[in-house]
Write a protein that binds this ligand. Structure first.
Ligand code: ADP
Ligand code: MG
Length: 598
């Protein structure tokens, strides 16, 4: 009992929604509905034929308790019948098992596929609010739990319930008093089962929260392993993980202690049922109201039903365990895609690439202040527009608006004079390419990483792109050159190398609109100069949005827009802005000249 004191049972606000759970599970299994119905019909037949076996045994016993030689053929027929019935049952079960396996295999495939698809198509807004470990955990565990649930339901729960219903009916038919026994014990038993689950529900829920917590902690310490080691926090991480696992361990013991305790009561109920059946049955045989065969039949089927009751109550526990997982994966399936693609969006064959912001404001969900406020700028086609300003000013956000990763809170973003929301999202984005500050690298070869947007690119094209991006030299020094697998998130590459791969990737995509988001910030001055030359080459005839930190990078831009606190504070050419007295650009320029700001 000492454990009880240690664990604070967190109050659970949400009671278990039993009906909702089944509705959700049924929705998740939509593609298998037809098959599941067939399985259920078949199950009734299988369970009926299961009752036929013991009934034939009853007939045989009745026959041999009053046996004479002329009944030999009857006996042979009955014995053969019994064999036949058992074989039929087994064949029917075989057929049904195959269907159940099909549902299992199918549902695993479509639930995982649709969850993956959902995650891929959901906007950045969704992905920002959920942590990677959680998302993957949700999908993987959810699917596993659903598989487990389907197996339990189709091999245990549904047949057992059917069996109990059919047995009760048959017992009533034999003698209503037998039927009454089952009718009495089933509710008592169910009551006990539901009661224990009510008690255990909050414990289980907090255990599950702790599971997730522990998994998250493990992920965090492994993902940030460099920091853990550099700051010598291995021991602390180990202790924190150990603490949470102790909570789980103690909770588990407490939970199962309660369940095992309750099992004593459940067993008592079953034993009382048996006792009653036997006493009452013996009495009926004694007084000549039923035969010995009937008593054996009653005892066999009721024994089965009572044991099934016991089993089903344990399954109830397990169904409750799966419910969380089902709930979460269902929620994912219902997650609305926040950026809606128009059904008949524009799909231009080519674009000019002029982008205009008209009185556009935007704020991130759950954020109080506007990230961008009343933006009115034109990004001319075929020219280079630079975005500069202090960090947190909204430059990256503006670039995301151009991509329509988010929709404006008010105002519009126009591409070639038309609202971006009128375009088919996947069509217009093909004309765009971006080199973000943190280039995402797949755990694949260098050449696959470069040709990500153009998987049919030839080696010659890939090499040409790498050359322009000034990546050729370092690639040739890698162990396997272009075939080197660069590790998860590009862990085997330096920041500057990752950026150059990102640039090569964008070059190969050959976009009409090219966005560099501080793409040269991780490069040394020498590499930056080389990249600069490369950019000069590839920026011709494209709309280029150049977000840069160092002002030296942007001097040549046709237009410079200065963003501060989400607002455009200045725009014009380098010459104009550097002469504007008191302007932010001039101030930044002077600071950099003094070498105070890199
Ligand atoms: N995903 C996000 N959710 C909420 N706020 C964000 C998000 N991304 C950026 N912000 C906020 O928006 C503002 C602009 O950020 P950002 O566009 O990244 O600035 P910059 O690229 O100019 O440094 C900052 O105040 C930042 O905290
Ligand atoms: Mg930024």
């Amino acid at each position: 009992m000492s454990i009880t004191k240690k664990i604070k049972i967190e109050k659970v606000e949400r009671e278990f929604d039993f009906k909702g759970f089944w509705v959700r599970l049924w929705e998740l299994l939509a593609p298998s509905h037809g098959m599941i119905k067939k399985i259920l019909y078949m199950m009734v037949v299988v369970e009926l034929s299961r009752l036929a076996g013991p009934y034939i045994i009853k007939l045989i016993i009745d026959l041999i308790s009053d046996f004479s030689a002329d009944k030999i053929w009857q006996l042979v027929l009955l014995v053969a019948g019994m064999f036949f019935v058992y074989e039929i049952t087994s064949l029917l079960q075989y057929g049904n098992d195959r269907k159940i396996f099909k549902v299992l295999a199918d549902s695993e495939k479509y639930i995982l596929e649709s969850s993956h698809k959902k995650l891929i198509f959901l906007g950045l807004g969704y992905h920002e609010k959920e942590n990677t470990g959680n998302k993957i955990n949700k999908v993987q565990r959810g699917t596993d739990k659903i598989m487990e649930l389907i197996s339990n339901l189709s091999w245990e729960v549904a047949p057992t319930i059917l069996q109990i219903v059919l047995t009760t009916a048959v017992l009533f038919w034999m003698d209503w008093r037998f039927g009454l026994v089952i009718l009495f014990f089933v509710p008592v038993f169910s009551f006990l089962t539901i009661k224990i689950n009510r008690q255990v529900f909050p414990l289980r829920k907090s255990r599950y929260d702790n599971y997730e917590h522990a998994a998250g902690m493990m992920t965090q310490s492994i993902v940030n392993i460099n920091t853990v080691k550099s700051f010598v926090q291995e021991k602390k991480e180990g202790e924190r993980f150990g603490n949470i696992r102790s909570k789980i361990h103690d909770g588990l013991l407490l939970e199962y202690g309660k369940i095992l305790h309750q099992n004593l009561k459940r067993n008592l109920v079953i034993d009382l049922g048996r006792l009653f059946m036997m006493v009452f049955g013996t009495y009926l045989v004694w007084t000549g109201q039923i035969t010995i065969g009937s008593l054996i039949f009653v005892f066999t089927v009721s024994e089965k039903a009572l044991i099934s009751l016991y089993r089903i109550s344990r399954l109830y526990d397990r169904i409750m365990e799966s419910s969380e997982a089902v709930e979460r994966i269902w929620e994912l399936s219902k997650e609305e895609i926040d950026i809606k693609n128009p059904s008949k969006g524009l799909r231009p064959a080519k674009i000019e690439g002029e982008i205009e912001f008209k009185s556009m404001s935007f704020s991130y969900a759950q954020s109080k202040s506007n990230a961008l406020r009343d933006i009115n700028i034109v990004i001319p086609s075929g020219a280079t527009t630079a975005l500069i300003g202090p960090s947190g000013g909204g430059k990256t956000t503006l670039a995301r608006m151009v991509y329509r990763h988010y929709d404006p809170t008010s105002g519009t973003v126009l591409l070639d004079g038309k609202d971006l929301r009128k375009y088919d999202m996947y069509a217009f984005r093909r004309f765009f390419a971006i080199v973000p500050q943190d280039v995402e690298i797949f755990n694949a070869s260098v050449s696959e990483n470069i040709s990500y947007a153009k998987s049919d690119a030839s080696m010659k094209e890939i090499k040409a792109a790498a050359r322009i991006a000034n990546a050729e030299e370092f690639i040739s020094q890698l162990n396997d050159g272009y075939d080197t697998v660069v590790g998860e998130r590009g862990i085997k590459l330096s920041g500057g190398q990752r950026q150059r791969i990102g640039i090569a990737r964008a070059i190969l995509a050959n976009p009409k609109v090219l966005i560099f988001d501080e793409a040269t910030s991780n490069l040394d001055s020498y590499s930056e100069r080389l990249i600069q030359d490369a950019m000069d080459k590839i920026c011709k005839n494209r709309t280029v949005i150049l977000i840069a930190h160092r002002l030296s990078t942007i001097k040549k831009a046709d237009k410079i827009v200065v963003l501060e606190k989400g607002q455009v504070v200045e725009q014009g050419s380098h010459l104009e802005l550097s002469r504007a007295p008191g302007g932010l650009y001039k101030k930044l320029l002077d600071l950099q000249k003094m070498g105070e700001v890199d």
